[in-house]
Design a protein around this ligand. Structure first.
Ligand SMILES: [Fe+2]
Length: 443
């Protein structure tokens, strides 16, 4: 079992529980959050729609005179340059938090920058980030996972090792974070954000909402993250390498107590975004359309949910609002992949539409696939433990129940590969496949 502790502002994660308790006898294990403090914590960066800028976000528990990032080119001897931002605040139960955001612009692609954030009241340590790349030869590598919480954060050490090794461009967390982000007046969310700070200060940590963020209409989630697009981090898209990545909310279909209007708003946005991303010019530049959300359209798990239903709301739509089926929309615009979580398992499907397997060929099923390739990667580690699976239906290609996460590489305009890395098996790659599209465009 992993345990995360904080001592003197430093996060430490150890797998040996006995060691933790020994340590606790020597040092007082301090609470993660620092209520009333102006010290910056929970620092993370996000990509924007523009590859030359990033947003730095952090939290304090008291207001500060300003919200500032000091930055310079990594390793440069020049004085750190200030950039100002703004702060907002939100209350979660008894705790008041101040969220600070600063946008850094005119950055160079694939370049490291040193930075620290805070205000004249208190400054953070110095961190180093790397921007996303650009250009025709850029092959971004992502870690993709969902269902990763503060308790039982099984994959944290391995994720950190991957990021520290320098080969990862961004993390895509497809919902369910912290478990639950609002618990204990949001302190669970604070603990989680401090836990991921060691990676989220280095590369963009991109998120979308899952069902565990539902509290008060996803208020903690909306307040804590700074995803692009102007929709409070609920849905957005960004271009990276040869891929157009769409991050959206399946939760709008399931938490209709917060209003069905948002289903239609997101649907309209999705269709407009897909239209723009699939013009011949756009596809020539970025042939891959990769959509991600929290709930799957298909799953084989024993625990029952929307994805087990033939008439899944996420896949086949709902009558309560303007909402044509998402699968139909994605198929119409030739979405290549749909990556989700929610089920605490890894499942890879054959190219599908309406439960029909539409392989490109039986010898090489992911070469010019004629349908959407679905992937569930929800096993990074959460307190609800693993899901188990039923006998494999014919549309399911592979299933693995280990804790772990996915590494996705957009090699170029014709190849995207996926590797499933098992934490249970010491980093062993338990699944690997490449989707090949010999020419851009629809199936
Ligand atoms: Fe979930």
């Amino acid at each position: 079992m992993n345990i995360v502790i904080k001592f003197c502002g430093m996060m430490a994660e150890v797998k040996n529980v006995g060691f933790v308790f020994s340590l606790a006898l020597i040092f007082l294990v301090a609470p993660i959050q620092s209520e009333g403090s102006t010290f910056p914590e929970q620092i993370h960066i996000a990509a924007t729609e523009d590859p030359t800028s990033v947003i730095v976000t952090w939290i304090t528990f008291a207001s500060t005179p300003d919200s500032t990032v000091l930055w310079r080119l990594h390793g440069s001897a020049i004085k750190l340059q200030p950039v100002s931002g703004y702060s907002t605040n939100f209350n979660d139960g008894k705790v008041k938090r101040f969220v600070h955001r600063v946008k850094l612009s005119d950055l160079k692609p694939s370049t490291k920058y040193d930075y620290q954030c805070g205000s004249s009241a208190n400054w953070s340590s110095l961190y180093t980030m790397r921007t996303l790349g650009s250009g025709p030869d850029y092959s971004p590598v992502f870690l993709v996972y969902g269902d990763f919480g503060y308790d039982n954060a099984q994959s944290m050490s391995r994720i950190r090792a991957e990021v520290n090794a320098g080969g990862i461009d961004a993390i895509l967390h497809v919902g369910d974070l912290a478990y639950d982000i609002f618990e204990d007046d949001g302190r669970k969310g604070d603990n989680f954000m401090n836990m991921i700070q060691s990676v989220a200060t280095q590369i963009p940590y991109m998120t979308l909402p899952g069902n565990h963020e539902y509290y008060q209409n996803f208020s903690d989630y909306r307040n804590r993250f700074s995803m692009p697009g102007g929709h409070e981090s609920i849905f957005y898209s960004f271009d990276v390498g040869k891929a157009h990545i769409i991050m959206f909310s399946t939760e709008v279909y399931l938490f209709i107590e917060f209003g069905v209007k948002q289903i239609g708003i997101q649907y309209e946005w999705l269709e407009q975004d897909l239209k723009k991303a699939t013009t011949p010019e756009a596809l020539a530049e970025r042939p891959w359309i990769i959509a991600m959300a929290h709930h799957p359209m298909y799953c084989s798990t024993v625990s029952f949910g929307d994805c087990n239903r033939r008439a899944s709301i996420i896949r086949a739509g709902t009558l309560v609002a303007h909402s044509d089926p998402l699968e139909k929309l994605f198929y119409k615009y030739g979405v290549d992949m749909f990556v989700s979580g929610h089920k605490h398992i890894y499942e890879r499907m054959w190219p599908l539409y309406d439960y029909q397997v539409l392989n490109g060929s039986y010898d090489a099923p992911y070469t010019n696939p004629k349908g959407i390739v679905h992937l569930i990667t929800g096993s990074a580690g959460c307190r609800e433990r693993h899901d188990t699976y039923n006998e494999q239906p014919d549309w399911l290609a592979f299933v693995n129940g280990d804790y772990g996460f996915t590494k996705m590489t957009v090699h170029n305009g014709t190849h995207v590969s996926f590797k499933q890395i098992s934490d249970d098996q010491d980093g062993k790659i338990v699944d690997s496949f490449t989707v090949i599209k010999e020419k851009p465009g629809y199936y």
